[in-house]
Design a protein around this ligand. Structure first.
Ligand code: NOJ
Ligand code: CA
Length: 518
């Protein structure tokens, strides 16, 4: 097996994703900022997460709220300054946490100086830093590739008479990773942040960076042949070089990749044949699955066994692109989700606000902010990006009360009210995170699922004959258990230490399994 790493902090980490626009405003523009995140660090310490991942805060025209980067090595004034960043990083480290930043390698903003130059003329030395192609004889785009945001992935550039590729918005032209100068420039970006001290990267749509060099058509759906517009096998070589760069730092930094790959073997291939590519290719399967015990068991079993020896599984239940967890599964099940996420083997990523059950908000058409939603009705992602609720003041502590927050705040619970309630969802997250820290089986124990009543998913974390059990009731009826269990933690936080013979509706428990059987 592959490398020997001296420090592998990420193997046991719980990652907390912050969407910077929505955490805490401090300069009265109704938009969250880096200083706001810094001021809220005590909350994260108290919660007990290990690493913070920040979605992009780089200078950007905000066509895709920062996923259209105009300068990879600075901070957008909306979010603060590089000094603010350095202060935030120093405080995160002083608090014993790690910082992971977003890196957007597949595309830049169309206002990035590289693209401005590339677009200026076919002869420009940066022309080949992007993917250009001639029209077909009938004037149509060079192939059938589709933008993830809808429509052709090709944009006609009249002044230079060619199309350029944009796998996302036209304001997000894809760079050409087959040009070694692009790789060198993008690696310089990584070095810029690594030298400042970041602990790793979350790499945006990172398998998209390599495409079919001949730009051949994608197979027409419903074909299950691999697409040609993304995830060309040459991407593995780039991942190995990224990994070498990260490993050259002491301690080595972590590579988390946004990978959408439904085929388990192809997904697992991104760990690298020798565990020498991504540490954690995101596993989004639970995010897209129907919330039902049988399906979740099948997906967890599949993930846990697909991960190569020496690699770590990982699980995601929410992010800034998807319907909020509470909106997808209903508020009663959010406790089951918390226990599931924090007791499975591997690295969980927690989306800010899910720990207080932030709901999916319906945003009125006139308040829609997400450009994707404005372009394609129904696709907007604002509903899962609403600001964090800290207290019961009119703007819920997110921004001053005489300032308009960039998105509405909703009327549900907030951190302060949950702080005051020892049985709250937030208290459950804290309790589970504490249990994870104290109980080595939850960090390094192996995983196996076990038979359970149909509404339940049950599994064990074990190491030799030491076993911890978890059973989760996905249903709204009580479920008798086959034998008596001694509760370590119930999702309702009210019966630690008791012996139980049944689960209540929507209840999950972590329990001790006596040596010699469950
Ligand atoms: C994935 C990001 O998570 C999403 O928010 C963004 O719109 C696309 N990549 C394009 O960068
Ligand atoms: Ca602000």
């Amino acid at each position: 097996m592959g490398r020997v790493e001296t420090v592998q902090w990420w193997r046991d980490a719980v990652v907390y994703q912050i969407y910077p626009r929505s955490f805490q405003d401090t300069n009265r523009d109704g938009i969250g900022d880096l200083e706001g995140i810094r001021r809220r660090l005590p909350y994260l310490v108290d919660l007990g997460v290990d690493a913070v991942w920040l979605s992009p805060f780089y200078p950007s025209p905000m066509a895709d709220f920062g996923y259209d980067v105009a300068d990879y090595c600075d901070v957008d004034p909306m979010f603060g300054t590089l000094d603010d960043f350095d202060r935030l990083l120093a405080d995160i480290h002083a608090a014993g946490m790690k910082l992971i930043v977003d890196w957007v390698p597949n595309h830049t903003s169309d206002r990035h100086p590289w693209f401005v130059a590339a677009r200026s003329s076919k002869e420009d030395e940066k022309r080949d830093w992007y993917v250009w192609a001639d029209a077909r004889p009938d004037g149509s785009p060079p192939n059938n590739w589709q933008s993830v945001f809808g429509g052709s992935a090709w944009q006609w550039d009249a002044p230079t008479g060619q199309f350029y590729l944009h796998s996302f918005l036209p304001e997000q032209p894809d760079v050409n990773w087959r040009n070694p100068e692009v790789e060198a420039a993008m690696f310089d970006v990584l070095r810029f942040w690594l030298d400042r001290g970041v602990d790793g990267f979350r790499m945006d749509v990172v398998s998209f960076i390599m495409k079919d060099p001949e730009l051949r058509d994608d197979p027409e759906p419903p074909s299950d042949l691999p697409p040609r517009s993304r995830a060309h096998p040459d991407v593995h070589g780039v991942f190995r070089r990224i990994r070498r760069l990260l490993d050259s730092y002491d301690p080595p930094r972590v590579a988390i990749g946004e990978i959408h790959e439904p085929d388990w073997d192809r997904w697992a291939s991104y760990y690298g044949q020798d565990n020498d590519e991504l540490h954690l290719p995101f596993n989004f399967t639970l995010l897209h699955a129907p919330w039902n015990a049988r399906v979740i068991r099948r997906l967890v079993d599949a993930c846990d066994s697909a991960v190569p020896e020496g690699g770590r599984p990982n699980y995601v239940l929410g992010n800034h692109d998807e319907v909020r967890l509470a909106g997808r599964i209903g508020p009663e099940q959010t406790r089951i989700a918390a226990m599931l996420l924090l007791t499975l083997r591997g690295v969980p990523t927690l989306y800010y606000g899910d720990e207080i059950g932030l709901e999916q908000l319906d945003i009125a058409p006139e308040r829609q902010q997400d450009p994707w939603g404005r372009r394609v009705p129904g696709m907007g992602r604002d509903g899962c990006r609403t600001p964090m609720r800290w207290d019961d003041s009119p703007n819920r502590g997110f921004c001053d009360d005489d300032v308009e927050p960039w998105l509405p705040l909703g009327t549900g619970p907030d951190v302060a009210s949950m702080d005051a309630d020892p049985g709250s969802l937030l208290a459950l997250y804290r309790r589970l995170l504490e249990l994870r820290r104290k109980e080595p089986l939850l960090r390094s124990g192996r995983y196996r699922s076990v038979e359970a009543p149909p509404a339940c998913f049950a599994f064990e974390r074990f190491d030799g004959d030491r076993v911890l059990g978890v059973v989760l009731n996905f249903g709204s009826d009580p479920v008798p258990l086959p034998d008596t269990r001694r509760v370590r933690v119930s999702t309702l936080l009210d019966r630690s230490g008791s012996q139980i013979r049944s689960l209540r509706p929507h209840e999950g428990v972590v329990f001790d399994v006596p040596v010699g059987g469950s």
